[in-house]
Design a protein around this ligand. Structure first.
Ligand code: 16G
Ligand code: MG
Length: 548
């Protein structure tokens, strides 16, 4: 095993001095104000090279984005060879490297990783990069590439991409030439694969009215525009909020997060009761749908509604194909609306698992099913097909024309869905497929079940690290006594449910509440908010007036 060239490291590291801040690789990588990120990204470059060497030169992906955050923020996350999130145990190494106080500490930590993880530094390292439209992205790519130079890693910069495109390309590169080859490793390959599957799925069906698509003035806008020619006349989409030249507009009063949190339409989108609308987030890995009722009420079709629609459709398709040995399961988080869980369990009769927030938890759990549908309520999710399910689907022949069509559709479905990670483009095509096949309006889709009113509030606390949860974040075990106090309040509300968890991305504690009516839900949320505030917020700002 070679050792690292310390002189080379010091020279490169001097270009990327560490500020005094402490950094944490969280649920979605490092994310913060872009001007704090230079040293963090440089060191994440070193980590990516180590990861690739550890995996015998397999390609590691790096995405520079801060998703739905404001334009001044940026972030970085690493992608493992099959397109999944960086393995959990390496997150701690990312955090440790980013906080090393000196070059000596940095070198020591790298050596300790090399020794404990048995990394052969003579192995090659290959890393690919993508970034969203943020102005800070280009300089951060350079900082990352400097990190790669420390260990002579080879890099390919794919320029501006959506996050899921980067995940897709990473998987394609690592599976090329194998029986699991995932596709052509380029944005064009991605467009061709998805478009061809979508055209198969809607073939012969009456085309729906145009979809109005809010791209949050982010990378989804130019990339979906680029995608449209591949889709030809199979779909009609009207893009709004596509101003990527004016960085300040990124995610501003628009995008999936804004729509989901505020339960209202974004700016720049005029809706009538005839319209079907959708919003991407800033890096196009989330999508929510919405429409307006005849009386003008805004109606949201969030990740839970998409999961219900997808599960319903896949179960029917598997039956129609005559291969109902394939079992479908759904994975949710505690944020899933109680009515959606009831619908899945009692109407669709599918098993439902609940896991902690964060895509990696959902993805991992979904892999346990033959076909695992996973979505967070916020619109992040996808469907994963197990290798054995794919084998069954691809070897089935069907004994009638109807069965043959269902089998063809299942195959196309497994191609239109980006199985590496939640993907707004791919999820859009999944939803449009189902609505086209059924000739449903969003209102008909919405009739599957009625959401319980729900409310999310943030509590600024002194120290969110004292809040410890179990049971997929549904119960607090610390601070002692708080869960009992929450339970006592929840009991007083019809259909009441509430849980409290520390955020993984912001310095706050989140309170979720649902109950039978809007006013009861608000009261429950504000009571629990008040309770948490009184436990741990003294000195961290005034008590919000609405807290009870
Ligand atoms: C991250 C997660 C997202 C999750 C959110 C929760 C990924 C790629 N993203 O954005 O899935 O919903 O964090 O944020 O895993 P919170 O911990 O602040 O509530
Ligand atoms: Mg995102």
């Amino acid at each position: 095993m070679a050792s690292i060239n310390v002189e080379n490291l010091s020279a490169l590291s001097a270009k990327h001095p560490k500020p005094s801040n402490t950094f944490t690789y969280g649920t979605a990588g490092f994310r913060m104000k872009a001007d704090l990120l230079d040293s963090v990204i440089f060191r994440t470059g070193i980590l990516a090279a180590l990861r690739s060497k550890k995996l015998d030169g397999k390609v590691i992906g790096c995405m520079i984005t801060a998703s739905h955050n404001p334009a001044a923020d940026n972030g970085v996350k690493l992608v493992d060879p099959m397109g999944e999130m960086l393995e959990g145990s390496w997150e701690a190494h990312a955090t440790a490297l980013s906080n090393a106080q000196s070059d000596e500490q940095l070198v020591d930590y790298i050596h300790s990783m090399v020794n404990s993880l048995k990394i052969d530094l003579t192995k090659p390292a290959n890393v690919i990069l993508g970034r969203d439209t943020r102005p800070s992205g280009e300089a951060l790519v350079n900082a990352f590439v400097d990190g790669l130079k420390v260990l002579d890693a080879k890099s390919t910069d794919y320029g501006i991409l959506t996050t899921p495109q980067l995940h897709y390309i990473t998987r394609c590169l690592n599976t090329a030439g194998t029986p699991e080859a995932y596709g052509e490793p380029s944005a064009e390959g991605y467009y061709k694969k998805l478009a061809s599957a979508f055209k198969t799925l809607v073939d012969g069906k009456t085309k729906l009215s145009p979809l109005i698509l809010d791209c949050a003035n982010g990378v989804g806008a130019p990339k979906f525009q680029e995608f449209l020619p591949f889709l030809g006349d199979s779909i009609s989409v009207k893009i709004v909020n596509d101003d990527i030249d004016n960085a300040a507009k990124l995610n501003l009063n628009s995008g999936a997060d804004f729509v989901k949190t505020g339960q209202k339409a974004p700016v720049g989108l005029k809706m009538t009761s005839q319209d079907r609308c959708a919003s991407f987030d800033g890096d196009a890995d989330r999508i929510v749908y919405y429409y307006q009722d005849e009386d003008g009420t805004f109606k949201l079709l969030d990740g839970d509604k998409i999961a219900g629609l997808a599960a319903m459709f896949i179960i029917d398709l598997v039956k129609a194909a005559g291969i109902d040995s394939i079992k479908v399961g759904v994975v949710q988080t505690a944020y899933a609306n109680g009515a959606s869980t009831q619908y899945l369990r009692n109407t669709l009769n599918v098993p439902v698992s609940c896991v902690p927030t964060g895509v990696k938890h959902l993805h991992h759990e979904a892999l346990k099913y033959d076909v695992g549908v996973y979505f967070e309520a916020n619109g992040h999710g996808t469907v994963v097909f197990s290798p054995s399910a794919l084998k069954t689907i691809y070897s089935a022949e069907g004994s009638s024309p109807a069965q043959a069509v269902a089998i063809r559709n299942l195959r196309a479905l497994s191609e239109v869905i980006n199985q590496t990670v939640g993907d707004a483009f791919s999820d859009l095509l999944l939803v449009e497929t189902i609505l086209t096949q059924r000739q449903w309006t969003p209102k008909v889709w919405d009739q599957a079940y009625t959401d319980l009113p729900n409310r999310l509030v943030k509590v600024v606390v002194q120290d969110r690290s004292i809040f410890k949860t179990v049971d997929a974040e549904r119960k607090l075990v610390e601070p002692a006594g708080l869960q009992e106090a929450i339970d006592a309040i929840v009991l007083k509300f019809r259909d009441g449910r509430s849980f409290v968890r520390p955020s993984g991305t912001e310095d706050v504690v989140r309170v979720y509440a649902e109950a039978a009516t809007r006013s009861e839900t608000d009261e429950l949320a504000h009571r629990i908010g008040g309770l948490v505030y009184d436990f741990n917020s003294q000195g961290s700002g005034p008590r919000p007036r609405e807290f009870i």
